[in-house]
Design a protein around this ligand. Sequence first.
Ligand code: NAX
Length: 323
Amino acid sequence: STTPLKVAVTGAAGQIGYSLLFRLAAGALGDRPIELRLLEIEPALPSLEGVVMELDDCAFPLLAGVEIGADPAAIFSGVSVAMLVGAMPRKEGMDRADLLSANGKIFTGQGKALNDNAADDVKVLVTGNPANTNALIAMSNAPDIPNERFNALTRLDHNRAKTQLAKKLGVPVTEISQLAIWGNHDDSMYPDLFNTMVGGKSAAEQVDQAWITDEYIPTVATRGGAIIKARGASSAASAANATIDHMHDWLNGTSDWVSMSVPSDGSYGVTEGIVSSFPCTVTDGQYEIVQGIELNDFSKERIAASVARLEGERDQVKQLGLI
Ligand code: NAX
């Protein structure tokens, strides 16, 4: 199609935005013109103007237009893709509950604005943390948009899990298939290797359980903190890359399982309605949770623990009147 795809990005002047916008404008979602609609809070608009100057200076052939602003209703008008990256960062002394409440207000407002202004086919992907519960809040405040159009990002965990496994086994990442993250995007997320294939053989049979429990899962779960320690700033380019991977596959389809946090339909006993990560495939712009996977007791236990975290967050935001 030559009609520009209208793509909204929130938090566009932030770290992730600085990587994300240039990849989007360069055609990362597909070979189609793109119109960027960038939302920021008022004080960040001057800085965002500088980013737009740099976008101009790239003379991207596919970039059909850029609009910026602080009013979600105007920015979300007619968008088919919304990447909700902007969120309130966790500051010193803030716990997860404070974070939920601060971000809740952002995502109730943005959910309503999407409901009233986005295109009928809008797909919404939440990257801003706590991503799964922010997606639940936005979804609950957008009654006219089908629930399944609200996803949250666990693709960064997925990509991290893939590379760590590839390194361990000394194979290229392309040898790995059927890998998936289950649960919440926090340190309880669970990468299941028992259904993963490497070079045509079961991954779990090529590593031992102690490595999975004591090294692999903790390395993937604490990778964000390791990046902060090394770089002095949180993951940005890799988070932007994962955000693009997720949306690219949602729009264009998959050839292998991918990890997507989606509203649970009760599959595998995951509480219906919460936004939890599952192995998914995508056909014609619609994802499906992969069915018929056998989960062993270790996997079931880990998934239940992560789902319990999501239930806890859901209960908190319910109490706060956000959903
Ligand atoms: P930054 O603090 O650099 O940028 C966030 C931007 O959002 C700021 O420019 C801020 O002005 C803007 N913002 C705040 N409230 C807004 C609102 N109501 N409307 C529009 N914009 C608003 O953070 P950055 O490093 O870019 O990270 C963004 C979010 O991604 C954070 O919540 C972070 O925790 C989350 N992450 C999620 C990951 C995931 O895998 N799901 C991984 C990376 C990242 O940590």
